[in-house]
Design a protein around this ligand. Sequence first.
Ligand code: G6P
Ligand code: BGC
Length: 935
Amino acid sequence: MSSGQETPLVGKPLPSQLSPTCPGHGLAGVSESGSPQAQSRHLTAQMQSSLQPLCLSLETLHRVKGRMLEAMERGLSRRTHSQATVRMLPAFIRSTPDGTERGKFLVLELGDTHLRVLLMELSGDTDQRVTMEDQHFPVPDAITQGPGEKLFAFLATCLWEFLDELHMPQTDLELGFSFPFACRQTRLDQSYLISWSKGFRCPGVEGRDVVALLQEAIDKQDRYRIKVIAVVNDTTGTMMSCDASAGPCEVGLVVDAGTNSCFMAEARHVEVVEESEGRMGVVTEWGSFGDNGALNDVLSPYDHQLDQASLNPGKQRYEKMIGGLYLGEIVRHILTELFSGRTAPARLTEGSFQTQDILEISDEQVGLATARRVLRALGLEASDQDCFNTQQVCSAVCIRAAGLCAAGLAAILSHMCRSRELSRLKTSVAVDGAVVRAHAKFRQTLQQLVKQLAPECDVTLVQAEGSSKGIGMVTAVASRLAAQRRRVDRTLALLQLSHDALGTVQALLRQEMELGLKKETHASSSVRMLPTYICATPDGSERGDFLALDLGGTNFRVLLVKVGSRERGGVQIVSEIYSIPPHVAQGPGSQLFDHIVECIADFQTKQGMMGQTLPLGFTFSFPCQQTSLDQGILLSWTKGFNASGCVGQDVVKLLREAVKRKNHFALDVVAIVNDTVGTMMSCGYDDPSCEVGLIVGTGTNACYMEELRNVGALAGEEGRMCINMEWGAFGDNGCLDAFFTPFDRQVDEASLNPGRQRFEKLISGMYLGEIVRRILLELTAKGCLFRGRPSPKLQTPDIFQTKFLSSIESDGLALRQVCAILEELGLHVSCEDSVLVREVCQVVARRAAQLCGAAVAAVVEKIRENRGLEQLAVTVGVDGTLYKLHPHFAQQVQATVQQLAPRCSVTFLQSEDGSGKGAALIAAVACRVARHQRA
Ligand code: G6P
Ligand code: BGC
């Protein structure tokens, strides 16, 4: 009970903001206007002491809330679920109505004595009009007591009689079934009856799935094509009955004869179900809160008396303080004590106060008259003071119930706010049941106390429109979700690649590689297989200081690379990142190279190296035809580059001309290398078996050590040469056409280089976001996203960058964070939208990783066969933002390689220093060779 310092809500003077909830302080019967009636009566000392045990302070309610939160956590956790007092049963409802539901839905609501059949029609347009027709059928005893088969046949018969009456055409209809008995629900459309109650006793049903039984009965009659798609609890029906236009309603509260609640939980917190994405409706079954003693310090002697005399002592302790079935009994126990010593108590027998009486007596206007009538009906000659006392008791009991209910509701709301990682939660709570409906004070108190107990939540209590409508809505929502799922599956199926399909990609690339290597067929291949004039990986003997440029990825870098002996620290790098604005990357070539030279000058100035001429290695990440190490003719621009006047030119010459134009300094370019080659060399410095370089970043490409005898363009039979495959262009000759989806075609058409780099456009970071965006537009048009309304923001090309794709897929990222990422992009998304966006990102990235894996498999298999080995052990040096930052990409590439090249044991080594280091190492080797040649 409350301690001396605590602030009571009942029984003692309250701070002004709480006074409306306290008997004797602005409550029923004590008019604040100070009417003569009120002045003539007062709370006697005896009354005060009788009501004292019901007195709950705000602090106590906070404690109750805290314990409810703990009990809810236990119910949600897989480990403690089975022993939990608050059972937190998953209801398999994944969404609340969003206003787009449309069509006709049937509802079967089985009550104690009646069956209600209802047909609901939803317009699905902006103001979501709902029309309902219903019919009640009495359920005869012969049915409630007869065999299960008869019961379900009866339900099916009522259904077709109802539809016949409406002259319903023979269309397909979906049905929601309200079956108010203890069940173990395992799916939205699967629920096993545990035991009958409420006078039903139909043999052969317990332990069986009631949805299947109903479906069988309907099918047997073969009158209408009806599919049972949902079985629903009345509390979820309450939550779902609310109008979606007023904002989300994600909590349902029923205070009727008993009490229960439900809410939309984060699916990953509902550990007893497999799902981890999105939300899941949970029915708390909170009536049994306190059955383990958690409410012992709140229970009054009247609660103990009531419990002892009840049919289920020790059970449903929370419900017994809140549910309408019990309020009358609590009042009776208090009045028995108050009237002790008079003849009255004997007349106060069990059931003498009905819930309705209690609620009416609590009413300020008519309460006293009702008290007199009720007491008189019991044969009690009640004085004014007796009536006043009775009213105070009824009020106190109701207000306490509202306070306890508020504590439970606050626990739910705080849980939702916390688990969604929100600083504020805004939601409506649908309320229903005789107690809330009939007792305005109960609602007011509930609303006011919830505000104080969960101040981080903005809550509006909304009167539910009856559970039948809610059950219809559950059905409509399930139907919407299923239809959306079918559309989503159909759309995404285009991007799902089977093992065989990946094998085909591997074989096709292998074929293109062969064609590309041979002189005669080179022109017909889409992969260029360019010689690099690099014939060995570093051996550790390289020394000296080098300049390096690194152009073509996310960053443009200028580097100073000091290559020393391993004992003296190996390679040391100082570098500076410079931006290349799009207008420079896509403007005149001379401007681009002038910019590069200015960056070099800036770097040299910063490093105090002006005037020094160091040998320079140039990483240039675009396809170049080389005839020597220090010359490279640009074959085409890729990625975001399109500077004019460069294609067909030697880029080393373009760089030297820019240096001349600027007249700053001299440059000694000794090597031009592709980033794949730079990466292979950079990793090769640490691991000599690194004979493949792979980039999956803005673009994608690979290089590997090929036998010189296979390189048709070059003379020489002995030894190996690194080949820059330029696999980004794989498929540009049409050989991959069967794999392109409409989204890939759209992305290609809108790109700077339509028809080119088709394989790259399926894989690399520059394009994946665009593929995702195109799919999202399509899914929006199909009504599966953003409630079917295209957001103008989504029309913006390139809003999804690789970094967003990577962060959206991060493991353990709460949906709230996914929403936050999308909001950062200016997209306003619901929880379901963000689940779907994440799924699309996953599918697109997985396809990219698998295609990349299939290509790597083709490369390593070729190396193995070249060398006539049974088994090959090889290392692939890898770089690129997508490969490095995406949470699953690397693992998916590796898994695919393992599947498709089982005879190769492939190690993936991530390059830590970028390809600039590799370019410097190549420059070092070139200088060494040149020295030897001079000597
Ligand atoms: C490397 C290089 C870049 C290269 C990049 C690819 O580390 O140093 O020149 O192009 O990786 O990654 P990105 O994601 O930046 O395109
Ligand atoms: C270029 C390649 C480069 C790759 C990765 C592609 O667009 O054509 O030369 O290696 O991107 O950066």
